[in-house]
Design a protein around this ligand. Structure first.
Ligand code: GLN
Length: 548
């Protein structure tokens, strides 16, 4: 019988439910269990694919091409849980399915209602992950208890334990225990209120995970236990980690969370094997060098817009024992100030993906700077397309070259719409998405990085390199070194005469793991370290990720 863990959040959003859920998944997996993970999001979009990164942060793409919430990135980085379309449902998807059934006449004669029709649909998608192979399904409910949108999900998970038996379900609630400076103490009241709201709808949490910036004294934990109707050992502190998110699973383990879960659900668990994880934290804490990487994008001021890219840079840093100082820079800033001022002194420059015309010229200028100065450059998706535009304009002599995404009438459409996209009218879920194979040119830098002649990487784009220009580019020194197996779609370009210049049409950041850095990120960081050891200039601006 598959056991179910439901993770809800209260008091405020951004408590790190995704990270906590991923950490729980990891701890259980490391004790020998087969875990599947899922996120249920209360918004009405069918998926986050049509939302701006400013609204939603990164859209995380799975192997099967589904466009999902960025928390699924944490799930994949922390666990081996197989993620598919069934791993992320939204209110929009649930309703769409109920309404389609209504149109087909499946509820003929009945009034279709939130209870039972919508809640049944929600329970069905949770049940989809259960099965004889799966020991535990972890279902994270997006949003915060008390949100109007979350209610059908909470009602559904309440009913779920009646359906499958209380002994097979565990409710974990994440709350905030804030420190009030004026009072000089931690406050438990928000947690009490939040649990009160959950209990009002019929859910008594089994375990409370209390986020706090300070240690929570025993008296406060006792108070929370008493008012929230849980035993003291089920009040688990999760203190802020200012060093690394990869500390979270170990600290939850020290607070015996996985032990408690195993006991409560009667799980037959082995002992942990966490050596590799301890080793990665050790490497993070003891770097041999520090390098600085500029990420020049269109959504730089949103903290989560390039989440997987920041993580992948860190993974490569772990692999090479280098601390990576990442500075996220808006490409519009480059348009205003020029590249020299903002980018002087970085050891490597990465230009990530994006959509729409705003900030494109800043990206192109950034790439020109990286190319001309010999700074290691890594372009991803739109970053690759901009690298092609830059090369066309400034090296291949194709003035005004552009992507037809930004200039429909450009005289040199070096990036143009994929054939399959030309008749596409819908915007949702219609890009070239998910895992696609590619073949590599032997002895290219890309082949050397992958140590292979082929690869499979995840995609999310509508535009592509225009094959008409391949020869012309090659003649000027930019080579196509990766294509789709039929040779028709360009997947990788590189400039062999540059110290390290690779740009890819796919998104390698979705496949990097903390204990297994992605080969391209790894080689990029290696090149940046090489540059760092031969140049001692420092970045011109203070280095940090955006904070909000
Ligand atoms: N806007 C570009 C395209 O659709 C790039 C997409 C991306 O960077 N994910 O092809």
């Amino acid at each position: 019988m598959t056991k179910h863990i439901f993770v809800t959040g209260g008091v405020v959003s951004s408590l790190g439910k995704g990270l906590t859920s991923a950490s729980i998944g990891m701890l259980l997996e490391r004790r020998g269990l087969c875990v599947r993970m899922q996120k249920l999001d209360p918004y009405i979009n069918v998926d986050p694919g049509t939302m701006s990164p400013f609204q939603h942060g990164e859209v995380y793409v799975l192997e099967d091409g589904s466009e999902t919430d960025l928390d699924l990135g944490h799930y994949e980085r922390f666990t081996h849980s197989v993620l598919t379309r069934d791993s992320n449902y939204t209110t929009g998807q649930i309703y769409l399915s109920v309404i389609n059934k209504e149109r087909r006449g499946e509820f003929l004669g009945k009034t279709v209602q939130v209870i039972p029709h919508v809640t049944n649909e929600i329970k069905k998608v949770i049940q989809k992950l259960a099965g004889s192979e799966t020991d535990v399904v972890i279902t994270e409910i997006g949003g915060t208890v008390g949100d109007i949108e979350s209610q059908p999900f909470l009602e559904a998970i309440r009913q779920f334990s009646i359906d499958v038996g209380k002994e097979n379900c565990l409710y974990i609630h994440l709350t905030l225990v804030p420190y009030l400076k004026a009072a000089g103490e931690l406050k438990t009241k928000p947690t009490q209120h939040s649990v009160g709201q959950l209990r009002e709808i019929g859910i008594q949490p089994d375990i409370l995970i209390c986020r706090s910036e300070r240690p929570i004294p025993r008296e406060d934990r006792e108070k929370i236990a008493l008012f929230c109707n849980v035993p003291l050992q089920a009040v688990i502190e999760e203190r802020d980690k200012d060093f690394s998110i990869y500390e979270v699973p170990l600290s939850l383990m020290e607070n015996e969370l996985d032990e408690l879960i195993a006991q409560r659900l009667g799980l037959n668990v082995g002992t942990h094997d966490l050596e590799d994880w301890r080793d990665l934290l050790h490497r993070l804490r003891n770097p041999d060098c520090e390098i600085s990487i500029a990420v020049v994008g269109k959504y730089a001021r949103h903290r989560d817009a390039y989440k997987s890219i920041y993580e992948s840079l860190d993974h490569a840093g772990i692999a090479h024992r280098a601390q990576i100082r990442i500075q996220s820079i808006e490409s519009e800033q480059i348009e205003r100030e020029g590249p020299e001022r903002s980018l002087g002194g970085f050891d490597g420059i990465l230009v990530p993906g994006g959509f729409g015309e705003r900030g494109i010229e800043g990206k192109v200028e950034t790439i020109r700077f990286a190319r001309e100065k010999g700074i290691p450059f890594f372009g991803i998706c739109l970053g690759m397309q901009c690298a092609v535009i830059e090369f066309a304009r400034n090296v291949a002599g194709l003035a005004e070259a552009n992507s037809t995404e930004f200039d429909k009438d450009t005289p040199h459409p070096v990036i143009c719409l994929l054939d399959e996209q030309k008749t596409m009218t819908d915007k949702g879920g219609t890009m070239r998405l998910g895992a696609q194979p590619a073949v590599l040119t032997p002895e290219s830098r890309a082949a050397e990085a992958y140590q292979a002649e082929s690869l499979s990487e995840r995609h999310r784009h509508r535009y592509e390199f225009n094959n008409t220009y391949r020869q012309q580019f090659a003649a000027h020194g930019m080579l196509v070194t990766g294509t789709s197996p039929d040779g028709k779609l360009v997947e990788i370009v590189e400039i062999p005469s540059h110290p390290w210049f690779i740009a890819v049409q796919f998104h390698p950041e979705f496949k990097s793991k903390p204990t297994d850095a992605h080969p391209l990120f790894s080689r990029f960081i290696q090149a940046a370290i090489r540059r760092h050891s031969t140049h001692d200039d420092v970045p011109s601006a203070s280095s940090s990720l955006p904070t909000s």
